[in-house]
Write a protein that binds this ligand. Structure first.
Ligand code: G6P
Length: 590
């Protein structure tokens, strides 16, 4: 979603604001803005539509003066993509400006009331009410803490916001959206992501829900709850190497992250013994397990559920996080929720775990970001340790999640999977070595194709869904993952010579049924790309996957060619694979 950053420093802040926004641009990027406070205590705002680099070249954001400032990249929710709707939003007298991530659900009645009181609104956003509310209450007593308390007590929804006051103070508050304070020798940061300040400091305070912080030169950072009572939050050292957040020799983050899977599948399985034991014990003692996630993480949930039920003879039920609230009837005291999320900030996932906890369930989580809200609120949380994933489409986090899940299920089932991280890493390297042939395949097969179908059965079906998701989000091509047995119940009607069909067909127990599905689509003229370790004349093209001793492990390697294919298809379609249109990496609104 949107990114917010506030900086108070002894140095000019605009260059650092721009730099931070660039690093967080993966969260949302339709418009950008910065406000700084000049030495004569005037707030100046520059904002525009486009990516950070474009708006900066046009408006010289980095050239703004001032030692205090706030910045924002927007991913529109309320109001179109326009300069007026871009943040920061000033109040009427320009003494306060605000940047916000989240949604203010009751903004319309608040706006009506404020308009009646004479406030003039300049945007269609929900955010602007925060600036005017702060102004309203600040005008009463000139007390920032009380203005903040009054404001947050009027807001409904989920939010993290940073406000800059013309006296040089920054204030911020969070409710169900992340907000982190970074501290270095002479500078304070308030940001929606550690990437907003990690290049400057690794010392961070993770604000809790219903925390507010006031940052000024005299007092540094003081943190209070929404009732104004002081609270103590410890300083955490953030561990990630910033180098990981660069593209290195690769053209895009996405291809870099695809290649990082050689090591990230291994990294995911190195876990603290005490924590992984607690995690496994909770699964073993649960009577039923609901596995939830969104997007690619939901596809991991499908695989985990299939494997868990099969190996542990226990009920594992996959539930899309966005559907969770409607599917809670089976939750009882001995239910465990396994929530899977790269960011650990996806609003649907956080809301699902909150509801489940209220219904008495225990929460386990698998995340990438160990400092995320999901990790910090779960009873036991394990990190896949993939390092920052900047490309909006999940790649290494997807295989990292699967790898860790395999390691867990292998451990609980007494080695029934025979999971060996070195072997898997080696097989993934073999798939990556086919990079050039997959690029050629894209160039040969795809110029005129509008529809791609991916067929899978059993544990290959979630990979068909994930492959289709990559093609849609990276390359903007219509793609559908289909459980092959369902072809005859509808999708067969769509098959003709214009369709390209991937069949996920390793020589496991799905092999012969899948081959007959391939014949059904071939008979209607579709082009078939086989992903298999057994050559067959039916394939117009074949991507060879290595033989794997345990069939259950095929998903980890068969997704690799689909990621590569989607990446090259995106390049062919002139789409930026790192930042797909209309999508954001971390969806923190419901
Ligand atoms: C967004 C991203 C997807 C991701 C999904 C879930 O939609 O674009 O790539 O799979 O969120 O994110 P999470 O961080 O919860 O895994």
């Amino acid at each position: 979603m949107c990114s917010i950053i506030g900086i108070l420093s002894k140095d000019i802040v605009a260059p650092a604001l721009v730099d931070s926004l660039k690093r967080m641009e993966y969260r949302g990027y339709d418009s950008v803005g910065i406000a700084t406070l000049s030495t004569d205590n005037r707030i100046s705002v520059r904002k525009g539509v486009g990516k950070v680099g474009q708006v900066n070249s046009l408006l010289n954001l980095a050239g703004m003066e001032g030692f205090v400032g706030i910045g924002h990249t927007r991913w529109a929710t309320h109001g179109g993509v326009t300069e007026y709707n871009a943040h920061p939003h000033p109040c009427c007298n320009n003494n306060i400006a605000v940047v916000h991530n989240g949604i203010i659900e009751n903004y319309l009645p608040l706006k009506e009331e404020l308009v009646k009181k004479g406030h003039i609104f300049r945007s269609e956003t929900d955010t602007e009410v925060i600036a005017h509310l702060l102004e309203e209450y600040y005008n009463i007593g000139r007390d920032i803490k009380h203005a903040m308390m009054e404001t947050v007590n009027h807001l409904e929804g989920s939010y993290a916001f940073v406000a800059m006051f013309a006296n040089g103070t920054l204030s911020c508050a969070r409710l169900d959206e992340p907000l982190i304070i970074g501290i270095s020798d002479n500078t304070y940061y308030a940001s929606s992501d550690v990437l907003g300040f990690l290049q400057y400091t690794d010392q961070a305070i993770f604000l809790d829900n219903r925390d507010m912080a006031i940052i000024d030169r005299a007092g540094g950072v003081s943190i209070v709850n929404f009732s104004g009572e002081p609270v103590t939050r410890s300083i955490t050292k953030v561990a990630w190497e910033l180098a990981d957040a660069n593209k290195g020799e690769f053209a895009h983050y996405t291809i870099k992250e695809i290649f990082e899977q050689r090591t990230s599948v291994k990294a995911a399985t190195y876990q603290d013994e005490h924590k992984i034991r607690a995690f496994c014990d909770s699964i073993v003692s649960a009577s039923n397990i609901l596995v939830t996630g969104s997007g690619s993480s939901y596809h991991t949930s499908l695989i985990v559920s299939m494997m868990g039920s099969r190996l542990l003879k226990k009920r594992f039920e996959p539930v899309m996080a966005s559907e969770f609230q409607y599917n809670m009837d089976s939750i009882e005291k001995n239910t465990v929720i396994l929530a899977i999320s790269q960011s650990g900030e996806t609003a649907d996932v956080l809301s699902a775990t909150k509801l489940a906890r209220e219904a008495g369930a225990k929460i386990l989580s698998i995340v990438n970001v160990q400092t995320s809200s999901l990790a910090r609120t779960a009873d036991v949380s394990l990190s896949i340790k993939s390092g920052p994933e900047i490309g909006v489409a999940a790649t290494k986090s997807f295989t990292g999640q699967m790898s860790l899940a395999y390691a867990i299920l292998d451990r609980i089932s007494g080695g029934k999977i025979g999971f060996d991280r070195e072997v898997i890493s080696d097989k993934i390297s073999k798939m990556l070595a086919q990079q050039e042939s997959i690029e050629r395949l894209v160039n040969i097969t795809m110029p005129k194709v509008n529809d791609i179908y991916l067929l899978g059965r059993s544990i290959h079906f979630p990979i068909a869904l994930e492959g289709a998701l990559k093609m849609k989000e990276l390359a903007y091509v219509h793609a559908e993952g289909i459980a092959a047995g369902e072809l005859k119940h509808g999708p067969l009607a769509l098959m003709d010579k214009n369709a390209v069909v991937f069949v996920l067909n390793p020589d496991d127990r799905t092999y012969s049924d899948m081959l007959s599905s391939a014949h059904q689509v071939k008979a209607r003229g579709a082009k078939i790309i086989g992903i298999s370790n057994v050559p067959n004349d039916i394939y117009d093209a074949m991507i060879e996957i290595p033989k794997i001793d345990n069939d259950l492990l095929y998903p980890l390697v068969e997704i690799i060619p689909l990621q590569l294919f989607s990446y090259y298809l995106a390049l062919q379609n002139n789409a930026n694979p790192d930042f797909p249109r209309n999508l954001a990496k971390s969806v923190t609104v419901r």
